[in-house]
Design a protein around this ligand. Structure first.
Ligand code: GDP
Ligand code: MN
Length: 376
């Protein structure tokens, strides 16, 4: 998962990377905000997405008044599909060279890919930066690979860049990160300063690391899906806040198929969901949660349940779904496709306790039924 810049920078700073002085300002805190020093400052929308500069989410401000105006203009809006709930107000770095530097896990080569360019900034994608790949994921190999690609750097730049590579390598290896990208990396008489940080962490690893877990859990606004996963133990990703169909599905692949079929039928799925029904163990809580999250979205007009049962016993699932429907405040039509182990028992349970649930045998028929309920 991609961290917001403020979290990415904090994580990299722990491993020695220098970052500009900054303050994080949340919605509602903007009034009276003031930074010491004489400016200028940059106000930066904190959303877990790249390309904020091009989308207007990065504003250079010369006075505290301009900072206030920019905060008021950005907070509460949506940028690159994410709500702006916080902004970073940073001391601007002026007159320094803007480099690009990144380290990335290369799963195919089992090594680390390192890329550097003297021409950092928002257009870096248009010119592929020189890159090298290590054959083992360790600091010495990364530093050796860096020497190869830094061969064309000026001697002074090279010294500064070596230090930044070492800090990024330590952060990547110690935290089990998938990507650390600093663009721009300012280089000047001060050494290096990270102007931006794109840090991707492996949520499955973070689950077992107390400090990374805490970092994610501290920001339910910025990382709603990841917080849900850490708290509930299964995957639910909101795809479209204006979605029409709420999905109650299990198995990552099958869930993606349902999302694809929905989209092909011209419907807008609200969410991806991998319930992991094998872990329900007689407890309907996960189902109650999913139905509640779906109910909270006013654009949804129908719920589609699609369970292809292997290990899961649909007799038990039918009971749990009925329990969940009793407990949630859901007021929407439900279409259910239950196939596999114990399907007859599951359908009988639903027919007895929730006769309003529409049962279909075939996925495409279920999708078509959802479509007619949504767009009569
Ligand atoms: P991104 O577009 O999401 O990658 O956001 P960045 O944080 O990289 O900001 C976009 C661009 O704004 C950078 O590439 C810089 O050119 C510029 N920028 C950001 N912070 C500063 C700063 O402190 N000083 C200066 N001069 N430019 C900045
Ligand atoms: Mn950037």
């Amino acid at each position: 998962m991609l961290l917001i810049e403020a979290d990415g920078k904090a994580l990299l700073a722990r491993h020695g990377l220098a970052v500009p002085r900054a303050a994080l300002v949340r919605a509602g805190e903007a009034a009276g905000f003031c930074l010491d020093g004489s400016g200028p400052w940059v106000v930066k929308a904190q959303v877990p997405a790249g390309g904020r500069g091009k989308a207007g989410g990065i504003v250079l401000c010369r006075t505290p008044e301009e900072v206030e105006v920019s905060l008021a203009r950005l907070l509460g809006t949506t940028l690159r599909g994410h709500p702006v709930t916080a902004c970073l107000v940073e001391e601007a770095v002026c007159g320094a060279a803007e480099h690009y530097l990144s380290l990335m896990v290369d799963p195919a080569g089992l090594g680390i890919r390192i890329a550097w360019s003297r021409a950092g900034g928002v257009e870096v994608e248009s010119a592929a930066p020189p890159a090298a790949c290590t054959t083992s994921p360790d600091e010495a190999a990364i530093l050796a690979a860096a020497e190869e690609i830094l061969a064309t750097a000026d001697p002074a730049e090279r010294t500064a860049l070596r230090g930044a590579v070492r800090d990024l390598a330590r952060a990547l290896l110690a935290e089990g990160l998938l990507l650390v990208e600093v663009n721009p990396l300012f280089i000047g008489s001060f050494g290096t300063l990270a102007g931006d940080a794109k840090v991707v962490l492996d949520l499955n690893l973070a689950e077992g690391q107390a400090d990374l877990r805490a970092l994610v859990l501290a920001r339910p606004d910025a990382y709603p899906d990841a917080v849900r996963k850490l708290q509930e133990g299964f995957d639910y990703v909101e795809l479209d806040p204006e979605g029409e169909v709420g999905l109650v599905t299990t198995g990552a692949g099958l869930s993606m198929v349902v999302v694809d079929e929905m989209t092909a039928a011209g419907l807008r799925p609200l969410n991806f969901c991998d319930l992991r029904t094998g872990q329900l163990r007689g407890d309907p809580t996960r189902l109650v949660r999913v139905l509640d999250w779906i109910s909270a979205r006013p654009s949804v007009c129908v719920v589609l349940v699609n369970i292809f049962a292997g290990i899961t016993d649909l007799g038990e699932f039918g009971r749990l779904l009925s329990d969940a429907l009793d407990r949630t405040g859901l007021r929407l039509p439900v279409v259910a496709r239950l196939v596999g182990t114990g399907a007859a028992a599951g359908r009988a349970e639903l027919a007895r306790r929730h006769p309003g649930v529409i049962v279909e045998d075939d996925l495409l028929a279920a999708v078509a039924r959802a479509a007619t309920l949504c767009k009569p």
